[in-house]
Write a protein that binds this ligand. Sequence first.
Ligand code: MG
Ligand code: MG
Ligand code: MG
Length: 299
Amino acid sequence: MNKTWVIGHKNPDTDSIISAIVYAKKINATPARAGEINQETKFALKKFSVEEPVLKERIEKDEKVVIVDTNNKEELIPINGEIVEIIDHHRLCGNLETPAPIKVTIKPVGSTSTIIAEMFLNELTKEEAGLLLCGILSDTVIFRSPTTTELDKEIAKKLAKIAGIEDIEAFGKELKSKACVLSEDPKENVLRDFKIIEAGRKRFGIAQLELMDYESVMNKKSEYLAAMEEIKKENNLDYVLLMVTNILEEATKLLIAGENPEEIAKAFEKKMEEERCIYLEGVLSRKKQVVPVLQRFFA
Ligand code: MG
Ligand code: MG
Ligand code: MG
């Protein structure tokens, strides 16, 4: 039998790693990762004594693969083998092809972990439930993100019960605090959670750091802007935006590298708060609150 892998997107986040691990276990496949594991995910894996999945650089011709937490080819490692299933919670991208019909599960919920938890709710071990809870808490920013649905909250409660976690909020904060540990290198931090999108004729790189303050980035603002400018050139982009998201305040300071920062301020109907920075109250989600604004404005 050909080997079946389960893998999520490059620049893996907690949801993509955990979805791959738990789903692989349930279908007797092998989980893989498409990049380095971040500190938050490391904490989750350690907490429930689960090993890091193996690093995979491509899916070979004779291999099969289940894709989780994305359906965008651009976010995946090269796939020469056969895609057999997709499980995701992002908009349908439409750039993946399969030779035969496959099972596709895409739901408008806060995380892929939610979908996988719902599939196997009655057959989860304590560890699996704990891991999936981490996936939900990470992606929904402890239910604060507007991507959060009632189903996410409901499933999280059930998972917490199975995993023996009493205070979901406190556990979520402990988890998210690991994501706030920044490296000394601004460029590395910007690329940690970085997505390229198109809006009209413009190409954007949008990075997000989920923090419990702004200062850890804003105190080095010019270094960050320089790193963003470099990334912009390397990737042939019109703009690189950095969402400095304060999850406690539930707001984002958006740093802007690119020719005309005023144009970005205008898209969000904001005034420049300080040089190359606008303040976006209530904004936590790149997918729901930043990308659509740009796509509408630049359409
Ligand atoms: Mg993800
Ligand atoms: Mg996700
Ligand atoms: Mg995310």
